[in-house]
Design a protein around this ligand. Sequence first.
Ligand code: SF4
Length: 272
Amino acid sequence: MRQPKFKNINVTCPHDCPDTCSLVVTVDKSSGKAVKLKGNDKHPITKGFLCNKVNHYLDLVYNKNRVLYPHVRIGPKGSKGKFKKVSWDYALKLISKNIKTNLEKYGGDSIQPYSYSGTLGMLGYWGMSERFWNKVGASRLGRTICIAAASTAGIYTYGAACGPAIDEVLKTTLIILWGTNVASTHVHMVPFLEEAKKNGAKIVCIDPRETRTSVMSHWHLQPKPGTDAALALGMMNEIVKNNLHDKSFLKNHTTGHEDFIKKSFLNIILAK
Ligand code: SF4
């Protein structure tokens, strides 16, 4: 019996992107090369969708201009900078020589390792080089390049840098999209929002801008930039005043809510 020439492999997008899209890659068994890639439409969350960047991933992987070997700059930096391809041995020796020279002359903190996650995975991101840089006393990288603000907000709001599960949306009747343009930046949520809408859920979008998300919402609130803390306090006031807050949730999962209700701005409003 003739063996099939191709095989399909289920994989996950390698990018450091919370969406973690599910992909099906078709591989030519004789060459071992990927020949086709598409979103896995059987995946319950990502439903066959891939962003443009990854839809064309094979062009990138097999692109003739892809940098596959070390290069060393020759001549000045900037637009006139030229690079020469070198061997891995040469590159490693050069790096090691420069590190040693800098350590001797200026100390470890003259060296700034610079990296981020990209397609590294947890081992490459956190594991491989950390001990080495620690040992040589290198400067540390404040990893604020990507999602520091979002992570901090997540930790303050949920206790961890994560959001609610996407399919929870289907269990709710009121969805507040506060300062988030999901149609552009959280695309996998859109089908869930559409389904929730069909089930009768109301969608409120809070964003000073009109966006692709605001137009798909039932109600678009446009606070002036920087004033949404007042909006949040006003909402809390209404919730507490009408005794709509979930006291057992507050007790079990938050800290400081009693003080906040007693002493804060809320109290001033409530006293009026
Ligand atoms: S949205 Fe794009 S980068 Fe993010 S996981 Fe999906 S395919 Fe990858």
